[in-house]
Write a protein that binds this ligand. Structure first.
Ligand code: NAP
Length: 312
């Protein structure tokens, strides 16, 4: 059984921000928020979001050019949404750690594409459901880049089945990766972010985590838990300038959804199509980097083609 996604309406202020970003064309977005420029140009661009902007409001033209590019860790970045996020943040001037668990050559390919746009990058293998591997992942990040400014918890899987027939292994695999993995990465990254007194975390949830879905009790529980982590850590970390938000996609074209009946899905979505990984990456990029997102924490942003309209 495959996922059918629904979601709850957003808080009004957050909704306005989300709508504004999603409505922007890629061209407008690229020019106005993250201009695609060379690394040299970035050093002189007042629009480029440097590290000090991560938790500071851009109330004036105080953003200063810097050679210190934010270091971002994207989990599960070898393909799909994670790959698109890694490339988006690289184009915006970040140094990007591409985490993967099995797809080594795909991860190296992403690193190579990032280097082609002039950004620094490193692929690191780690199963994010393992506490020791997550600890080692962040040790390697610090050895290579000496800091962690942004964490995108994207790695996730589905193991669908009706609840009565779901094995404990099926339940645990999804909870251990999607939920515990998110917690473990937040815990490791926040050690450094809290000391730095700045940082941003974006957790990838799902509309299924808000509304539930038959056949996905494990996945829905994990993604609802990710929202709980997001809201709790936002409150815990706010005083230290670390922002924590979540993005809840609906149906996005990726390996995860490729076996679903595409025509049936399109009929369920008001916009009549699946979302693209680039659209999700754009929203994540805004939350992770833009100065205007410095006053947003603890919120969940849906990007779902309208499938959630009126659902609660
Ligand atoms: N696609 C959608 O419609 C949709 C909707 C809502 C939410 N989401 C969420 O968005 C995120 C990305 O989904 P996607 O569609 O891009 O999925 P995808 O194409 O299947 O990619 C999943 C990524 O997670 C990585 N991964 C899997 N197990 C891992 C582990 N134990 N440790 C580290 N990385 C691991 C994979 O890397 P390896 O191949 O190297 O293992 C891969 O890079 C997931 O959290 C998913 O739940 C997706």
């Amino acid at each position: 059984m495959k996922s059918i996604c629904f979601a709850a309406p957003l808080p009004s202020r957050a909704f306005l921000v989300t709508t504004k970003v999603v409505k922007c064309s890629k061209q407008f977005y690229s020019r106005s928020l993250f201009p695609i420029v060379s690394p040299r140009q970035r050093q002189h661009s007042s629009l480029f979001c440097n590290c000090s902007a991560l938790s500071q409001p851009d109330t004036s033209s105080t953003l200063k050019a810097t050679t210190e590019h934010p270091v971002v860790v994207v989990t599960g970045a070898s393909k799909g949404i994670g790959r698109a996020i890694a490339l988006e943040l690289a184009r915006a001037g970040c140094k990007v750690v591409v985490n993967y668990s099995r797809s080594a050559s795909a991860a190296e390919q992403v690193v190579s594409e990032i280097k082609d746009v002039g950004a620094d990058s490193l692929a690191i293998k780690a199963d994010v459901s393992s506490a020791s591997e997550v600890e080692s992942l962040f040790q390697q990040v610090l050895e290579s880049f000496q800091r962690v400014d942004i964490l995108i918890n994207n790695a996730g899987v589905t193991q669908d089945g009706l609840a009565l027939r779901m094995s404990l292994d099926q339940w645990k695999k999804v909870i251990d990766l999607n939920l515990t993995g998110t917690f473990l990465c937040c815990q490791q990254a926040s050690k450094y972010m809290l000391k730095q007194r700045r940082g941003r975390i974006v957790n990838i949830s799902s509309v299924v985590g808000e509304m539930g879905n038959a056949g996905q009790v494990n996945y829905a529980a994990s993604k609802a838990g990710v929202i709980g982590i997001t809201r709790s850590l936002a409150k815990e970390f706010a005083a230290r300038g670390v922002l924590v938000n979540a993005v809840a996609p609906g149906f996005i074209a990726s390996d995860m959804t490729k076996e679903l009946d595409q025509e049936k899905i399109k009929q369920m979505i008001p916009l009549g199509r699946l979302g693209t990984v680039e659209e999700v990456a754009g929203l994540v990029g805004f939350l992770a980097l833009h100065p205007s997102a410095a006053y947003i924490t603890g919120h969940v942003f849906n990007i779902d083609g309208g499938i959630a309209i009126g659902s609660s």
